[in-house]
Design a protein around this ligand. Structure first.
Ligand SMILES: [Zn+2]
Length: 169
């Protein structure tokens, strides 16, 4: 039962954890995976935790690799670190990314979305001034010293999707 250390935190990725183990196994190979519903006539992808498909409630699913390219759907700038491990990262940005594989499906209000930190080219937190809804991102993998790999995002060179919008400050 591997317990990894990340920024002084103990992260336990249990061999018995079907919800997350495959996600971290894939990340070690620098692949981003999401769950794909196995029900006939559904087959939708989902990024949020949970054993059941949110669209048809099927418990049948498998991991599927995705490109890791997407668009910032929303974000939050963390200015006060609840966890001391992230104290020297503030202010840093958490992004909700809508991945390209299933954007706007199964309906315009929903899509395939996952949450992660927004990092820069040096794998440090991106300057919060640079974040914006509509900006394009790509997955990057933050490797820890003891073999854990964490999917994160960074801004890509692609043109934004629509007009970039930032929360008024
Ligand atoms: Zn389903």
């Amino acid at each position: 039962m591997p317990i990894y250390e990340y920024r002084g935190l103990a992260l336990n990725v249990s061999e018995l954890d079907s919800e997350y183990k495959g996600y971290f196994d894939a990340a070690q190979s620098h692949k981003l995976v999401v769950k794909k519903c196995g029900a006939d006539g559904c087959g939708l992808l989902r990024g949020e935790p949970g054993a059941a498909c949110p669209w048809c409630a099927s418990l049948d699913w498998e991991w599927q690799e995705v490109s890791g390219k997407g668009t910032i759907y929303s974000y939050q700038v963390i200015t006060h670190a609840i966890m001391p491990a992230f104290r020297d990262w503030v202010p840093y940005t958490v992004v909700l990314v809508e991945l390209d594989e299933q954007s706007g499906e199964p309906n315009p209000e929903n899509g395939l979305r996952i949450t992660a930190n927004l990092l820069d080219g040096d794998m440090q937190p991106e300057d919060p001034e640079n974040v914006g809804i509509g900006k394009r991102v790509e997955v990057v993998f933050l490797d820890t010293d003891d073999g854990l790999s964490l999917p994160q995002f960074r801004l890509s060179d692609e043109a934004p999707k629509g007009e970039v919008w930032r929360y008024p400050v």
